[in-house]
Ligand binder design. Structure first.
Ligand code: ADP
Ligand code: MG
Length: 729
């Protein structure tokens, strides 16, 4: 009998909510307590230094060494008051997580003692020996010098005893080895391109900011149960487990009352997030049992990305102190919804205008339409690339698997906005003469309601939906670094806006008035980008056929989807926007393929172990008990009677024999398939082999394990079941 399973289930049942001590202050007072924000900069830095630093943050001005020394000194003084003893460059390598190497402030003073030291040099640049981070061959181990450089646009913060300095991570030869460096380049590209386009409407605009508001979905499981599931522990998802008789059919979890153990976790997490300056705001139950969501108020994109990385590590930490483990995997459980990370994206000006929100005047609305239509064009032209930007071995379980969103990128605009675009498209040339002013307004543009947010008009199956003043990119994986999607989206938008400006300027140079010139190009874009607009049911088979007819990328194989990064139009776009070179893109794809292979490889190994160590022994033991019973029946009853009475058990005995035989055979076949794949030299081909030959076997084997779970004596089954993992708090 499986005593471990029963004892962890019992403990999980009895677990009580942990007490969370609320801070004495109100959130407004402890918000950003551990962040070296402007308020602290002002307090801890000399006035002149403060001004130079703010200039660097706002306008990207270079920070010279003398300033850096003074900044470092101020930072250290602030940090020491908080009891900090160490510092680290905090960066985002291509592993999806963050990396840090802590150094103490202390340095030998040369007189046999120690002194505390933190110079500008240490703040601004470091050379972590980073040869073991994924780099796709940009740096071989002989030339292991990459360096991390401070990104002053994201503030320094304190975690425990360590001062964390957000940095970019770059190869000695200049290539980016992380997410942050290309993200900053993409944000700068979209800033420039969008400012240029804004000047058609308002010459005062000096800066355009890309915003990101992420919504983070996650699961919680009891820590004891988690520890008793080697698959969860090693792969982040359950590789086996029959669906519970009840899961999300009753839709009774979504927005339901938050269980007290979870509520305590959330409260604790929120306090710690607010202290780190993460403006968390919304929390609720999600659709699946044990699934929840957390969302902050949107922020400038680079900062929002950092905050999402930070909150994911905070969640892991806080969950443990509440006896939970947080599951950020996109699909931890089969048969219930997976987790995503909706990326709400918009652009706004330094003059305080959200460019994707309609305004009051005709000109405002022409500006609104300009940005919406350019976004549609960017998404249309790069739909395959955008899909690649969110694709991973783990997110592949969610995309296209009959849950939001499908593995085809399309955009939902809602009826109001669709109508406006249709009207513009259908207007005759004569109608497209002037906008506003003395000629009056012949188009519907001024009639766009200021508030387009219409909750009834939402399409939850759409991967890229317009939601009133922003687009919501819903295909991003719950575990992913948001930067990947934001790099592709902002770079594509930058390229698109630049192309738009070139076309409009050419018309103006040819003697056209500004507004008709804008309208002409917009109207053409509306027509051209039409294939990306889709308001129907993204799950349906008809849509898959229709999308293929429209020329949208319908590929479903994860390693093949990555090819989109190397398509000529993607390379041209990234290079033109100054975001990544072909060499960098190639190296990153190597990392993607390699990571894909490794993830499937680990899953295959774990499943093989579970089969041989848990499933087959338990099933066989139960089978022996039944066989024993069948024999004993013969001593009690006549042969005929015994045969009749044992018929059911014999059927189970046979079923167990057949299923275990299938499972064992397929585990062997899976090992052989891995051996074949492992010999392939090309990372791309190897990943494809893993996708085509190894991954499907995981599912086939699982099918029979799950059937065994249903027939084997519950007392013997060693692994916690779905009904225990998903319903205990
Ligand atoms: P829902 O679940 O209804 O989509 P939420 O309120 O949970 O909405 O989350 C919406 C997210 O979008 C929040 O992070 C919010 O701050 C963000 N958001 C709102 N407006 C914008 C905008 N203009 N640009 C970017 N993000 C935005
Ligand atoms: Mg949302």
């Amino acid at each position: 009998m499986s005593t471990l399973r029963f004892s962890v289930v019992e403990k999980a049942f009895q677990a009580k909510a942990h007490e969370v001590a609320l801070p004495a202050e109100r959130p407004g007072e402890y918000f950003a307590k551990y962040v070296f924000n402007r308020e602290k900069m002002f307090k801890y830095l000399p006035a002149k230094v403060y001004e130079r630093l703010v200039d660097a943050i706002d306008n990207g001005a270079a920070l010279d060494r003398s300033i850096a020394d003074e900044v470092a000194a101020g930072m250290k003084r602030w940090a020491t008051e908080l009891g900090v003893t160490h510092y680290t460059h905090w960066f985002q390598p291509l592993t999806e997580g963050t990396a840090e190497k802590h150094d103490a402030f202390v340095e030998p003073d040369g007189k046999g003692g120690m002194m505390e030291e933190f110079s500008g040099k240490l703040l601004v640049q470091q050379e972590p020996d980073a040869s073991s981070f994924p780099n796709g061959g940009i740096r071989n181990t002989f030339e292991a010098r990459g360096y991390s450089a401070w990104d002053p646009s994201s503030p320094v913060f304190v975690v425990d005893d360590t001062l964390c300095i957000p940095t970019v991570f770059i190869a000695y030869t200049g290539e980016s080895l992380d997410y942050k460096a290309p993200l900053l380049k993409a944000l700068s590209a979209v800033n420039k391109a969008a400012v240029d386009v804004c000047h058609y409407f308002n010459p005062e605009v000096k800066k355009v900011i890309a915003y990101l508001g992420w919504e983070q979905e996650y699961f919680l499981v009891d820590e004891g149960l988690y520890a008793a599931r080697p698959d969860l522990l090693l792969t982040g998802r359950t590789l086996m487990g029959h669906e519970a008789s009840k899961n999300q059919q009753l839709e009774d979890h979504y927005f339901g009352a938050i269980p007290s153990r979870v509520a305590a976790f959330m409260k604790d997490l929120e306090i710690k997030a607010l202290e780190l300056g993460i403006p968390v705001k919304t929390r609720h139950n999600e659709v699946a049992p044990n699934q929840f969501e957390l969302a902050p108020v949107f922020e400038e994109c680079n900062l929002a990305v950092d905050h999402n990385m930070l909150i994911m590590s905070l969640m892991r930490k806080v969950a443990r102190s509440h006896g939970f483990r947080v599951l950020l995997h996109e699909k931890p459980f089969k048969g219930v919804n997976g987790s995503g990370k909706h990326n709400n994206w918009s652009l706004g000006t330094d003059t305080g205008i959200l460019l994707m929100a309609p305004g009051k005047t005709a000109e405002d609305n022409l500006r609104f339409i300009t940005f919406i239509v350019n976004a549609l064009m960017a998404v249309y032209r790069h739909n395959g690339l955008l899909k690649a930007s969110i694709m991973s071995a783990t997110n592949a379980h969610r995309l296209g698997a009959n849950e939001a969103p499908p593995a085809i990128i399309s955009s939902f605009l809602g009826t109001q906005l669709s109508r406006v675009l249709d009207h513009l498209e259908e207007s005759s040339d004569e109608e497209l003469v002037t906008l506003g002013g003395k000629h009056g307004m012949k188009l519907d543009i001024p009639q766009i309601p200021e508030l387009l947010i219409d909750n009834t008009d939402r399409n939850r199956t759409s991967p890229f939906a317009f939601t009133g003043n922003r687009f919501e990119f819903r295909a991003v994986g719950s575990e992913a670094n948001c930067a990947s999607a934001m790099i592709a989206l902002n770079a594509a938008m930058a390229e698109q806006l630049a192309a738009f400006k070139t076309e409009v300027d050419a018309l103006i140079a040819g003697g056209e008035e500004k507004i008709p010139a804008l309208l002409q190009v917009i109207r053409r874009y509306i027509k051209e980008s039409k294939p990306i607009r889709f308001d129907g049911n993204g799950y349906s088979d008809e849509w898959k056929e229709e999308a293929a007819r429209r020329g949208l990328d319908c590929e479903t194989s994860c390693p093949v989807i990555f090819d989109n990064y190397l398509r000529p139009e993607s390379v041209a776009m990234f290079e033109a926007a100054g975001v990544m070179t072909r060499k960098e893109l190639e190296a990153r794809n190597e990392v993607k393929w390699e990571t894909y292979t490794k993830k499937i490889q680990i899953e295959a190994r774990v499943l093989g172990d579970l089969v041989m160590n848990h499933v087959v022994p338990v099933a066989t033991e139960y089978q022996s008990k039944l066989i024993d019973n069948v024999y004993k029946m013969k001593t009690l009853f006549s042969e005929d009677e015994a045969a009749k009475l044992s018929a059911e058990n014999i059927a189970i005995i046979r079923q167990i024999a057949e299923r275990t035989a299938f499972i064992k055979e397929h585990v062997d076949a899976m090992i052989d398939a891995r051996k074949v794949a492992n010999k392939i030299v090309s990372e791309r081909e190897k990943a494809i082999a893993y996708h085509d030959t190894v991954a499907p076997m995981l599912e086939q084997i699982r099918y029979h394990i799950d059937k065994l779970e249903l027939i084997v004596d519950d007392r013997m089954w060693t692994l916690p079941k779905y009904r225990e993992l998903l319903f205990i708090r």
